[in-house]
Design a protein around this ligand. Sequence first.
Ligand SMILES: [Zn+2]
Length: 353
Amino acid sequence: MFRLSDRVLVLTSYLFEDVLDADFITFCSTLGADPDVIQGAGGNISIKNGDALCIKASGLWLKDAARKNTFVTVSRKEIVRRHRLRDENLHDLADASGLRPSIETGMHALLPHRFVVHVHCVESLALSAHRDAERAFAERLVSFRHVLVPPVRPGLPLALAVEEAMARQPDASVFVLMNHGLIVGSDTLEETRQTLNAVRDALALPVRSPSHAGTDLESLNDMNWHVPQDDFIHTVAADQETLRLVRQAPLYPDHVVFLGPIIPVAVDGECLSAAIERFERHHGFRPQWMVFPAQGVLTAPQNNVGEMAMLDALGRVGQRLRSSFRPLRTLPAGIIHDLTQWEAETYRKKISL
Ligand SMILES: [Zn+2]
């Protein structure tokens, strides 16, 4: 339902035909289609034009930008006003088709750059799990105007943390979000693209090849669950080093939102039904996927493409982790707790099909 109050200016995206041009849309869909950069409905991008802030809609996939309207336009001033009041409720800013602006709209509004892109690239997710991540980022990003942002919940806490980081380093164009991802801001699309690519190159880590599913996986599947056709998913279980490291996850917010707060791992020789029953008894909820060490991963039939994309990401991040990173910097417990209670994330997950 379209609503227009005297305080809230919700513009429609046709005003942005000039800036939502083919080059920009191609940039969005290319980024969104690269699972090393954005997974499922994660990540967001915005353009400013005067007071108008055109931003990716919550729950939609950037990779779909070329085939459907993926953006919502809001008043930047109104978003900043709400931020000052510590109000992150954006429900009433839904556009005529009911799309809400991204949960990170506050952060986008506060940044001064015309173009702001926020990604969950696997290089930054893996490196920020390093026990000495601050030093690792400082060494690799020495030639970039960058600043580190400590781990916080997405939404208002992230916007506040980015604001604080800007106060420390006003000319920053690269924001490293610990246990979360990256933000790159610039006044031109070309510079945004080049900076993002250069930062990703600087953060690149060696990647172990993913391991295939083991031959016993089918016989452990006594509930006819899904066997993913994706080696990055199976490698979470089949690569011993990866499993040893990722079972300490979650490392970043979208893992919690889409895959839950605990990695479900079967014990040796346990079949699927027994592993689920044991997990549920211990943790009080039913897992939607199960890791079989040295074999692979089985997923519940109700998993959607968003959850599968996040499992794939776990493998991509896991293949970049090393035992020498330990003890891993995982997502703080308070953030995990907040994420499991937050309505905005439940909404995002629900519509990200
Ligand atoms: Zn994010």
